[in-house]
Design a protein around this ligand. Structure first.
Ligand SMILES: [Zn+2]
Length: 264
């Protein structure tokens, strides 16, 4: 393959990279992420907004599919340095809009993907961060192996996510600073979730929000503003009690039984 041909939008076989279905000179499939990356690279400026419909027109419904399908593709690009916020990350965007904030690896050229590898927290950092956060997702509050509300089958898995953008973690030492990380469950760690507005559900939720006490409303507002669920002193102590041995927990239970009997 001629090196200079790599630089432009047209693949060696004369077709734009984003229209390829087979890798030039081979019979290997040309991946959808590669087509998406090439289209964005050559058709969008930095800070330009694109929509799902635009992608559908340009790349075809097989790439874009449902939003969940597209989000999986975008996630792959984000892992190699692309910064593509959605409305969930940026309140100025509409639900079907995305912004090309930074380009990453030229995925269609197999370019140096390693240097763009997502920063992972070291085992030491993971431990420290999870200890600090009480081994719970700071966003939704679920603990490791707990099931999600209303979904008894599914156990939550904890991971650590970064509070600061990946680019900034690249600076020396930043990835070692535990303040830059937080405990998240695998579900909350998804950068973008598939979300189809459901007005009925909204109405039901709103009714329940309205019913909350003034204090609970304030607490929920602060959670929504922070994007994290803060835990009360009671929650924190309960978490610590749960780490005790069976016998120790039994002792605490006896203590509580006696002390609540005494105070009534
Ligand atoms: Zn969570």
């Amino acid at each position: 393959m001629d090196g200079s041909a790599d630089e432009g939008p047209i693949a060696p076989n004369g077709i734009p990279w984003w229209e390829l279905t087979v890798q030039p000179g081979t019979n290997k499939r040309f991946g959808q992420e590669r087509r998406l990356a090439a289209w964005l690279w050559f058709n969008k400026d930095i800070d330009e907004i694109f929509t799902m419909n635009e992608l559908r027109d340009a790349l075809g419904p097989d790439i874009v599919g449902q939003s969940e399908h597209l989000n999986r593709r975008l996630r792959t690009l984000r892992e190699v340095g692309w910064v593509i916020p959605s409305y969930k990350d940026d309140g100025s965007l509409k639900p079907d809009e995305y912004r090309l904030q930074a380009r990453g690896a030229r995925y269609w050229l197999d370019e140096d993907r390693k240097s763009y590898r997502r920063f992972k927290a070291s085992a030491r950092i993971r431990r420290k961060v999870m200890d600090r956060d009480g081994w719970r997702c700071v966003i939704c509050g679920v603990a490791s192996k707990e099931s999600y509300p209303g979904e008894p089958g599914e156990e939550a898995r904890l991971t650590v996510g970064h509070r600061v953008p990946q680019e900034r973690l690249r600076t020396r030492g930043a990835a070692d600073n535990i303040d830059n990380w937080r405990t998240e469950c695998a579900r909350c760690n998804e950068p973008v979730r598939d979300e189809i507005p459901d007005p009925d559900q909204y109405d039901e939720v709103l009714v329940q929000v309205r019913r909350l006490s003034r204090g609970s409303k304030q607490t929920m507002l602060s959670w929504l503003q922070r994007g994290e669920r803060t835990r009360t002193e009671l929650d924190r102590v309960y978490d610590q009690v749960r780490t005790l041995t069976h016998n120790e927990r039994a002792d605490i239970r006896t203590y509580l039984q006696n002390s609540s009997a005494g105070s009534s």
